[in-house]
Design a protein around this ligand. Structure first.
Ligand SMILES: [Zn+2]
Length: 119
């Protein structure tokens, strides 16, 4: 079982067992989950409801399929994050760091200007 398969088997609500899917109604009564098929495939339920549950799996999943996710990835660490506003470019951790950096730069500029003013 690969990483995606073990993730699906552990987290998908429609996963039966032995690589079978409860919702699958394939030809000849083949209920094999698409992720357990030799030729692979995609399942919109898993893509929308199961895979996003694990950001690492999600990134891997789309990368393997050559799809660039139009979701929200941090400009700094490339990890997916929940965007709270359109201007947000960083995840919480990197955002706090960038904020601090910005404040530090503003501070330096301010002091610089003050010094020049005095001279
Ligand atoms: Zn980040």
């Amino acid at each position: 079982m690969n990483r995606l398969q073990s993730f699906i088997s552990a987290n998908c609500a429609t996963y039966d067992n032995d690589g079978k899917c409860l919702l699958e109604t394939g030809a000849n009564g083949d209920r094999t989950c698409v992720y357990f098929r030799d030729h692979g495939g995609r399942c919109s339920y898993a893509e929308n409801c199961v895979i996003p549950g694990d950001p690492k799996i999600e990134v891997l999943y789309w990368a393997e399929r050559g799809v660039t996710v139009s979701g929200d990835f941090c400009d700094s660490c490339q990890q997916p994050f929940e965007r709270k506003s359109n201007r947000q470019k960083y995840c919480k951790k990197c955002g706090e760091f960038a904020e601090k950096e910005n404040r530090r730069k503003r501070d330096i500029e301010y002091k610089e200007r003050k010094r020049r003013f005095k001279d």
